[in-house]
Design a protein around this ligand. Structure first.
Ligand code: FAD
Length: 310
């Protein structure tokens, strides 16, 4: 059995999500090839070769992979997939963009967002916002899988894989990157943060969100997150959103402030190691998943907590 894992990277570093996808591949078992498609991505390939479990690093270095547009990367993967029993990518924005195209091209059924490997053809994945777990068996020749990153412990270093340059596939010319508007932040990335301070509609406004949560996040060295209601109300951009239709996170500490705990929000954070909730409504469902709950007005509790942190 041999498995192709698609590396998520920025041409400089391997993204943490790749380490979780490799862990899922290890659970399946077999040789693991890691595909690095990029431009000027030599440092990524070198780092990838040191990852535990990787047999070979395949590097497709070409200008048309510089921005890792889904059309071109999917074309490359599809052209090489037939030799593999499995193709895996993290279930991040990157993987969710690329892999469905691969599955469609190969005429295989994608198995999305797996959280456990039962055997080489059987996987578990959450459905209904995590309220039920489906066990899915696939008879497809190539199993095209996205991996829920929070469900697999990241692999470490310790490998010594070979690095092989491979030919790029054709430039499909179907899309090109015109520009990228990114939130510039000194804070950790939401998807990979160890601590997250997350705010909801209870904050009342974007101004309050920033005024109350940023000092707390700064003291904790935390990333900032939000409920969908806070995003929809324009308090923060939508890349802050945690939940079923946002990011799935599982930090060491998740602090939910003025968030009611709707199932769609819980679907994105209930696997956090320690959950702290501050809400003035003692009946709020967030308290059912919280390890520590404070029934209080957030406008008093948050500044007090921030002050206590010194
Ligand atoms: P509310 O439910 O309005 O809760 C606000 C909370 O703040 C209340 O519990 C209130 O008691 C508390 N509060 C108010 N004032 C104070 C105060 N002064 N002090 C302390 N507490 C206070 N939601 C997500 O978050 N992420 C998703 O990915 C997501 N995906 C969805 C997908 C679908 C298909 C659907 C239908 C919904 C989705 N939602 C998602 C929306 C979800 O159902 C909820 O509407 C949303 O999570 C509510 O956000 P909230 O908790 O901030 O707001």
């Amino acid at each position: 059995m041999s498995i192709l894992v698609i590396a998520e990277h920025d041409n400089a570093e391997v993204k943490a999500s790749t380490l979780n996808a490799i862990a899922a591949a290890k659970a399946i078992g077999g040789d693991i090839d890691l595909l690095v498609a990029g431009s000027g991505c030599g440092s990524v390939a070198e780092a990838a070769a040191r990852l535990d479990g990787v047999t070979r690093v395949l590097v497709a270095d070409a200008a048309h992979y510089a921005d890792q547009g889904a059309e071109n990367v999917a074309e490359l993967i599809s052209s090489r997939a037939s030799g593999y029993s499995h193709v895996l990518a993290p279930a991040t924005t990157f993987g969710k963009n690329v892999l469905p195209r691969v599955a469609a091209t190969l005429d295989m059924a994608q198995i999305s967002d797996i959280i456990a490997v039962e055997s080489a053809d059987t996987f578990k994945r959450p459905i209904y916002a995590g309220n039920a777990i489906a066990t899915v068996q696939s008879a497809d020749a190539v199993k095209v899988i996205t991996v829920r990153t929070t469900a697999f412990e990241a692999v470490g270093e310790g490998g010594s894989a070979s690095v092989e340059a491979i030919d790029a596939a054709v430039d499909t010319g179907m899309s090109s990157l015109v520009g990228r508007e990114l939130t510039v932040s000194e804070r950790p990335e939401l998807g990979a943060a160890g601590i997250i301070v997350s705010g909801g509609r209870g904050l009342g406004s974007g101004e309050n969100y920033h005024q109350l949560l940023e000092p707390l996040a700064d003291k904790l060295g935390a990333a900032l997150g939000a409920s969908r209601a806070a995003v929809d109300a324009g308090y923060v951009p939508n890349d802050y959103q945690v939940g079923q239709t946002g990011k799935i996170v599982a930090p060491q500490l998740y602090v939910a402030i003025g968030i009611s705990g709707a199932i769609q929000h819980l679907a994105g954070m209930k696997d956090s190691k320690v959950i702290v909730a501050i809400n003035k409504d003692e009946e709020a469902p967030i308290f059912q998943v919280a390890d520590y709950g404070l029934v209080a007005d957030l406008f008093e509790a948050v500044p007090a907590l921030t002050g206590e942190l010194g």
